[in-house]
Design a protein around this ligand. Structure first.
Ligand code: NAI
Ligand code: 2PC
Length: 312
């Protein structure tokens, strides 16, 4: 009989998952995914169950990395919250399986995994696509993803200035007080992104908050929110003028309102750039549209489990 699963709590995941280990593994996984070899990576587009009554969705995100023998699924509930709501906008649990026996080896908190792997993938996009001399980073939104993006972007790159905007100024001010380095708070998106080299959009918006006319030509935008086909964070002008990169084409054309409703063409997956089969057009205005992938959770969960086993 199989052992019962171990339970790895949020504070433990936080202490076990580090960007320096995570980023290289995500790069390998994204590269393999983009080779479209189903003997290597199996990851269907996530199934979503609408929770109409609560303005949210349950997403089921299974993935199997055959060579590494990682079988995993994340269960994630995400919501569109009203301004001032104290309810969380994302709640997640990750299950790591023994693929041969079929039992669950570990049940772990999925919120830290979601925050860190999403930010790490955005950092990979920036490494590949941001202008060579990037000095100003602007973060739009001031929640969980804003903080993980701040952490990995400041750990990985050297910006001279970091700015934040949120729809409520108090939230942006609280965010700026919580970060290790200096962050300036801006009252309008237009001012916050003026001259920015890298813009991260991590809002719960369902209508555009970032407009192409405000974005400096050549800037890189990592667009993380708006993960439903009818939700937007970016306007049509930006989507059509930028070269659009995604994590998964299949996921993007099924789930991204910014892509579907603007009619923008997907130029490449990040994995294709990592594999050298599509170019990184750094000199152009670029948008990385992130939706989130089961393989990102799977490699994160494996890493957490390995580190956990080393300690027990
Ligand atoms: N691409 C991916 O892999 C993932 C995407 N997400 C998405 O990222 C976004 C941020 O997630 P969290 O930081 O966890 O959420 P959060 O609730 O912690 O923070 C959301 C931020 O967006 C702001 N916001 C909410 N509605 C807004 C609106 N209508 N206009 C402007 N700002 C608004 C809030 O004030 C807050 O600052 C969400 O849309 C979430 O669904 C979350 C996890 C993974
Ligand atoms: O990949 C993910 O975990 C999510 N994408 C959108 C909300 C949650």
């Amino acid at each position: 009989m199989a052992e019962p699963p171990v339970l790895i709590r949020q504070d433990e995941v936080e202490g076990l998952l580090h960007y320096k280990d995570l980023i290289p593994r995500l790069e390998v996984a994204l590269g393999k995914f983009s080779k479209l070899d189903s003997a290597e990576v199996i990851q269907p587009v996530r199934t979503t169950v609408p929770l109409q009554k609560y303005n949210g969705f349950l997403g089921l995100m299974p993935a199997y990395l055959v060579h590494e023998d990682i079988l995993c699924t994340k269960l994630v509930c995400f919501y569109k919250r009203e301004s001032g709501s104290t309810l969380p906008s994302t709640q997640a649990t990750v299950l790591l399986f023994d693929p041969e026996y079929g039992n669950v080896k570990a049940v772990m908190d999925g919120e830290v995994i979601t925050a860190k792997r999403t930010a790490a993938v955005s950092a990979i996009s920036a490494k590949l696509l941001m202008p060579a001399k990037s000095e100003v980073l602007t973060i739009l939104g001031a929640g969980h993803q804003a903080l993980s993006h701040y952490n990995v972007f400041t750990e990985t790159f050297s910006f001279k200035e970091v700015r934040v905007w949120s729809r409520r100024k108090e939230t942006a001010e609280r965010f700026a007080q919580s970060t290790q380095g200096h962050v300036t708070v801006w009252e309008s998106v237009e001012e916050a992104v003026n001259g920015a080299d890298v813009i991260v959009t991590v809002t719960g918006a369902s209508e555009p908050v970032l407009f192409g006319q405000w974005v400096k030509p050549g800037a890189h935008v990592a667009a993380v929110g708006a993960c439903r086909p009818d939700w937007r964070e970016l306007d049509d002008v930006l989507m059509r003028q930028a070269k659009v990169y995604v994590d998964s084409r299949e996921g993007a054309v099924a789930e991204s309102g910014d892509i579907i409703l603007s009619g923008a063409k997907v130029f490449a997956e990040l994995g294709e750039v990592l594999n050298g089969t599509r170019p990184a057009l750094r000199e152009k205005t670029t948008v990385f549209k992130s939706l989130g992938m089961g393989i990102q959770d799977a490699v994160s969960a494996k890493l957490v489990f390995e580190q956990w086993k080393n300690k027990h």
